[in-house]
Design a protein. Structure first.
Length: 470
């Protein structure tokens, strides 16, 4: 076998290789990047790499770790990396000679017709990569492996944002349940006041009925909130790779404070920080290598074949006489009805398509940052407005309660109902607004990307590393 391969490799190494198509490495986006984000009003602190830890919630941190380890969509993305790696391995195999062994049974000489002769031979073939067709195909496949890894990171980036957003929605519902309990107690106090006034002959049965109706309306809101808590808990279970009911978590009763807004950097930073943008860019480069392969297919191909043998088996013995030979051949496509040229044009169109897709992915990333910035800014302004309304609503309710207790005004209890309803509605709206502000911050952090995803490893790789360490 070595005698066959040696002349093939010597000849192959002696032939210089060149690519007829120059591939563009790290292609530039087909759009003009802005110098800065238009929605920035002030600079903030540096973006923490694992930004969700900045909220200081141990349960959230544990949920994120569980999700990164157990989420099935992330695991599926890892398997796509394995598939891409095997495709690259197949593409790389074309750069090496192939070897096969053959044998056939023939009749023995008439003198001994019952003992077969089995000639055995080794055949090798090798295509010289004169125009780098095989090398470019392998390069394209290897870039697709890296792009598949980028897509794992993109899935992890989105998963963490989804976990965090769902967790804050769950905490907000738990806080809403607590708030409803407090509002029910306040409504019960006003009901006692109305009943006391009725017993003193100072109020009316209508006042009592109206307050009972108001209390029932507040109490009834607990049912959809409890339903939302169950649904969000089930959603968190599935995100961590478990079935609903298989997760047990202690839910916080208050939303965390908003951390300082991070420095967004420049739009150009998304080329490095957003894995989905990087994947789109790599796919353009991989497609350009495909053009190089298609162009090389239109050019002559130099193939070497070698044969070593036969070794002749007679009974249980092999003859020692064997010969080897090497044959070189050139194959040149002359006429194929325009198929090869059309394949080049098709691959060029694939490059343009992926380039436009790269630009669109980058534009979408910039859009997500811009939208999150303006939404968070306006949401915080809205919260300030609601807090001002809440102060006024509290004062109004207290004044209405005082006037009713003092028996001032014929419509004083109606004023209490109106003030109480307005105050409780503002409290619930304020809670929802704070949760929405946190959601906008989560989307901003997700849109800015990060580098922490590069530390991710597939679970079986972690296990093997741990076993090796032990």
């Amino acid at each position: 076998m070595r005698q066959v391969l040696t002349p093939l490799l010597i000849v192959g190494l002696a032939v210089p290789a060149c690519s007829p198509h120059k591939v563009t490495k790290n292609p530039a986006p087909p759009i003009e990047l802005p110098d800065a984000y238009s929605s920035i009003s002030e600079t903030g602190g540096n973006l923490p790499d694992r930004w969700w830890q900045d909220f200081g919630d141990a349960t959230l941190n544990r949920l994120v770790e569980d999700a990164l380890a157990g989420n099935l969509q992330v695991q599926a993305a890892w398997e796509r990396v394995t598939q891409a790696r095997m495709v690259a391995k197949q593409a790389g195999a074309a750069r090496f000679p192939t070897l096969q062994v053959g044998a056939s049974i023939i009749e023995q000489e008439p003198a001994n017709p019952f003992v077969p002769i089995a000639p055995v031979s080794f055949e090798a073939s090798y295509e010289l990569d004169v125009f780098r067709k095989n090398s470019n195909a392998n390069a394209s496949a290897r870039i697709n492996v890296v792009a598949a890894r980028d897509q794992v990171e993109s899935a992890a980036m989105s998963l963490v944002a989804q976990i965090t957003d769902t967790w804050f929605a769950l905490v907000a519902q738990r806080a809403r349940l607590t708030l409803l309990g407090e509002q029910i107690k306040v409504s019960e106090n006003f009901l006692e006041l109305a009943e006391m006034r009725l017993g003193q002959g100072l109020g009316s049965s209508l006042d009592v009925l109206q307050q009972r109706q108001q209390l029932a309306a507040v109490s009834g809101q607990r049912v959809p909130v409890e339903s939302a808590i169950a649904v969000l808990t089930n959603q968190l279970a599935v995100l961590t790779g478990k079935a609903p009911g298989q997760i047990s978590i202690a839910i916080s009763e208050a939303l965390p404070d908003m951390p300082q807004r991070p420095n967004t950097g420049l739009p150009a930073d998304l080329l490095l920080r957003r894995p989905d943008v990087r994947a789109a860019q790599r796919q353009v480069e991989a497609a350009d290598f495909g053009v190089a392969v298609a162009v090389a297919n239109r050019l002559p191909q130099l193939r070497l074949t070698g044969k070593y043998g036969p070794f002749v088996r007679i009974g249980d013995d092999y003859s020692t006489s064997a010969i080897w030979n090497v044959v070189a051949g050139i194959v040149m496509p002359l006429f194929q009805g325009g198929r090869l040229k059309a394949e080049v044009k098709r691959n060029e169109a694939v490059v343009r398509e992926r380039s436009y897709n790269f630009g669109q992915v980058l534009l979408q990333a910039i859009l997500e940052v811009e939208n999150a910035l303006v939404q968070e800014t306006k949401q915080l302004e809205y919260i300030v407005e609601l807090e001002g309304q809440h102060v006024i609503a509290n004062e109004t309710l207290e004044e209405a309660r005082r006037r009713y207790a003092d028996g001032i005004g014929e419509q004083s209890f109606i004023q209490i109902l109106s003030a109480l309803s307005s105050q409780q509605q503002i409290e619930q709206t304020l809670l929802s607004a704070k949760q929405q502000a946190l959601s906008h911050r989560v989307q901003l952090c997700r849109a800015l990307g990060g580098t922490w995803m590069r530390e991710l490893e597939k679970q079986d790789q972690k296990k093997q590393a741990g076993e090796k360490h032990e």
